[in-house]
Design a protein around this ligand. Structure first.
Ligand code: DGY
Length: 336
């Protein structure tokens, strides 16, 4: 019985090369429905499952993978689609791909911030619709970034990478993080830690960089949107459900805030009714990590996590090493 890895969608190079050098790789080449994925795992058991962020890996999927499945290696940094507690209970380690997509995602947040604050999307629409009749002193005025206060919610790797970029635009930086993460030395003198309410009240731009969890679901809802400045811009490149999207549509329509730059949505790929019609919303289709270099680096890390697990080693990026405790399974690799 050779070690077997299953991915749902095909993953970019060098994923296959790394996995196939030690194991049999199967790819469904499509996004399976939840029940199809369970059936597939029961029919043709695997040692490692490599899902991407749209595959829901709940207790039922994990049970379908037992007794053989030892690892779920997610092709993403966010792993809110995996029931990690259930995986831990079943002795299944979960890997993800942090670090390698920090810069690409921070770039995307800045692109959305700039486009929303400087009304680039509205201008694009005006121009294409033939409504641009030449330069005017007060036409499509936006937010000046110099000295504007950027409030970053979640100050991990990506939040700090956004801070670094925003400092280059002369922005002031405040951040809120409930976990007091270590702040890079180069940033310490330039950022201020504040409470969430203060950040919401004072920020000219709010950028969200928290993982989706029970605590962060709808963190930005009607009450928060109503407390933001009417001139403020909201940027979300984290997970859609961190924002109550229906409330955001009302906020944009009724002018509680000035604009939003979004890369993620509550029910992807669907948009909440009315969002597509909001001219002050800049909408990107979950492109945060979408560069050739970054997707390849994610593929490499995802593959290494899988191979580590096959060799009986806790994956190099593992969110629940306690799933194996002292009893790592034996290596499935020849010579291992
Ligand atoms: C992630 O990795 O969590 C992003 O949302 C997609 O790259």
């Amino acid at each position: 019985m050779s070690a077997t890895v299953l991915c749902t969608l095909d993953l970019p190079d060098p994923f296959s090369g790394i996995v196939e050098s030690v194991a049999r790789l199967r790819s469904l080449g499509r996004l399976p429905a939840h029940d199809e994925l369970c059936d597939e795992l029961r029919r043709d058991p695997v040692d490692v499952l490599c899902p991407q962020l749209r595959d829901r890996v709940d207790a039922e999927v994990l049970d379908a993978g037992l007794p053989r499945m030892r690892c779920v290696s997610v092709y993403a940094v966010g792993y809110d689609n995996v029931d990690v507690a259930a995986a831990t209970e079943r002795g299944i380690v979960v890997g993800n791909t942090p670090g390698v997509l920090t810069d690409a995602t921070a770039d995307c947040a800045m692109a959305l911030l700039l486009a929303a604050a400087r009304r680039i999307r509205e201008g694009d629409e005006e121009l294409r619709a033939g409504r641009f009749h030449g330069w005017e002193p007060t036409y499509l005025l936006g937010l000046e970034l110099r000295d504007a206060l950027l409030g970053i919610v979640g100050f991990g790797r990506i939040g700090q990478a956004v801070a670094r970029r925003a400092l280059g635009f002369g922005m002031r930086i405040a951040y809120f993080d409930s976990t007091a993460p270590p702040v890079d030395e180069s940033l310490r003198a330039h950022v201020t830690r504040v409470g969430f309410d203060e950040l919401v009240r004072d920020a000219d731009v709010i950028s969200l960089h928290v993982p989706l969890s029970q605590d962060t679901r709808h963190l930005v809802g009607e009450a928060v949107l109503r407390r933001m400045k009417r001139t403020a811009v909201l940027v979300n490149t984290s997970r859609g459900a961190v924002v109550d999207e229906a409330a955001l549509v009302r906020a944009l329509r009724e002018g509680w805030i000035a604009a939003a730059g979004l890369d993620v949505y509550e029910r992807e790929p669907e948009l909440s009714p009315g969002l597509a019609q909001c001219s002050t919303a800049v909408l990107a289709p979950h492109l945060g990590s979408a560069t050739v270099t970054t997707r390849a680096a994610m593929a490499e890390l995802c593959a290494h996590n899988a191979v580590d697990a096959l060799s009986g080693t806790v994956p190099r990026n593992c969110v629940n090493p306690q799933a194996w405790g002292e009893r790592a399974p034996a290596s499935l690799l020849s010579g291992g």
